[in-house]
Ligand binder design. Structure first.
Ligand code: FES
Length: 144
C-alpha cells in the first residue's frame, strides 16, 4: 500500500484524527502536557510498560512511543481480537484513581493508556501497534 500523508497543522490538543492506511485505521492524537506528565505514573499497572513486546519503529521506542512527544500515532485495532477501541480523551482519568486511560475496547473491555500501552488484567495481550511514519515537515506526517 502507498504511504498516506497526514496534515496535522490544524490538530488541536486532545483531538484524534483517523486516517486509513492499507485498509487499517491509524490514529493521530495530539496529547496535552498533562497527559504526557501522567504517562509515567501508572507503569506498575501496565502489562508491558517498556513496550518490549509491543510493536513500534525504533524511533518510537521511548517513553512516549512517538517521535514528537505530543503527537501519538497508533494502529486503531485492539490487539485482542481486532475490534476498534474508543478514544476516551482522558475522560476515564478522573473516574478511576487519576489513571490516564486513553482507549477502551468495547468488545471485551481492554484498556490502553495514552501511549497505547495495555493495562493488566484485560484480554488484550500487547500494546497497540505504532505504524512506521516520519515527518516530511513540521506539520506533515507520512504514514507507511
Ligand atoms: Fe478488544 Fe477483545 S477485541 S478486548
Amino acid at each position: 500500500g502507498a504511504p498516506v500523508q497526514v496534515d496535522i497543522s490544524k490538530l488541536e490538543t486532545g483531538q484524534l484524527i483517523l486516517v486509513k492506511w492499507r485498509g487499517k485505521p491509524v490514529w493521530v492524537v495530539k496529547r496535552s502536557q498533562e497527559v504526557l506528565d501522567n504517562l509515567g505514573k501508572h507503569d506498575d499497572k501496565l502489562r508491558d510498560p517498556g513496550s518490549d513486546e509491543g510493536q513500534q519503529p525504533d524511533y518510537a521506542k521511548n517513553p512516549t512511543r512517538s517521535i514528537k512527544p505530543e503527537i501519538f500515532l497508533a494502529v486503531g485495532i485492539c490487539t485482542h481480537l481486532g475490534c476498534s477501541p474508543t478514544y476516551l480523551k482522558g475522560d476515564f482519568a478522573q473516574q478511576v484513581e487519576g489513571i490516564n486511560y486513553g482507549f477502551f475496547c468495547p468488545c471485551h473491555g481492554s484498556t490502553y493508556d495514552m501511549a497505547g500501552r495495555v493495562f493488566q488484567n484485560v484480554p488484550a495481550p500487547l500494546n497497540l501497534v505504532v505504524p512506521n511514519h516520519y515527518y516530511v515537515d513540521e506539520t506533515t506526517i507520512l504514514v507507511g
